[in-house]
Design a protein around this ligand. Structure first.
Ligand code: G3P
Length: 222
């Protein structure tokens, strides 16, 4: 069993910009250091460089494109994200969906740039397809539960177990994260008990009045 990972996705919430982003990342670093649990942050693109400079916790991009350096205006280059200090990247978040071919290209580009890869999926079959590209992680997130505060760990444990089985049938090296509605230590414990290696969450921490308090609860049963 790999060491648990918690990734906080700041999305483009107002609470995840500027000083607010700094406050959440500082809380994540403090709780990570006191608990020993690996906690990463996925801020908006403009914050990748300042966050990587300022904090020791891993910083993830929210997306990269599978393009090579050259004439691709408006795309996000994996190498540039890496050069800005990112440790890894999300790919195919349900709010930034890609075609299967684009996911493959993005994973290849991220791997070539030595970024840890976290491919988001919405069910067991897409998880299996994504596993064939050998990312580091698959994050299974049923879209209907995202941002609801209703934890997928409790509301739909079957989709988690089914995805873990589907992923490991394709490639046992690929780790799985649980996402959507996660907000408590109990949600994290259930996710780990279902065979996943951690959680990907957003609103439960980003919109919290006291992010450090929520983070301490999240790691409390690991
Ligand atoms: O990337 C995390 C995500 O989509 C889940 O969001 O707000 O339900 O934790 P949330």
């Amino acid at each position: 069993m790999s060491a648990p990972l918690i990734i906080i996705n700041f999305k483009v919430y107002n609470e995840g910009f500027g000083q607010n982003a700094h406050r959440i990342a500082a809380a994540a670093e403090e709780v990570s250091e006191e608990s020993g649990v690996r906690i990463g942050v996925a801020p908006n693109f403009m914050e990748i460089h300042p966050m990587s400079n300022h904090f020791r916790i891993p910083v993830y991009a929210q997306h990269v494109d599978g393009v090579a350096p050259g004439a691709s205006t408006g795309h996000i280059l994996a190498g540039a994200v890496r050069a800005a200090g990112a440790f890894g990247t999300l790919i195919n978040h349900s709010e930034r969906r890609l075609t299967l071919a684009d996911i493959e290209a993005a994973v290849e580009a991220a791997q070539a740039a030595r970024l840890e890869t976290v491919v988001c999926t919405n069910n067991a079959p897409t998880s299996a397809a994504a596993a064939s590209f050998a990312p580091d992680y698959i994050a299974i997130e049923p879209p209907k539960l995202i941002g609801t505060g209703v934890s997928v760990s409790r509301a739909d444990p079957d989709i988690i177990e089914g995805s873990v089985q589907a992923v490991h049938a394709v490639n046992p090296e690929v780790k799985v994260l649980t996402g959507a509605g996660i907000s408590t230590g109990e949600d994290v414990k259930i996710a780990l008990d279902l065979g996943t290696s951690g959680v990907l969450l957003a609103s439960g921490v980003v919109k919290a009045g006291d992010p450090a308090k929520v983070l301490r609860d999240l790691v409390s049963l690991i």
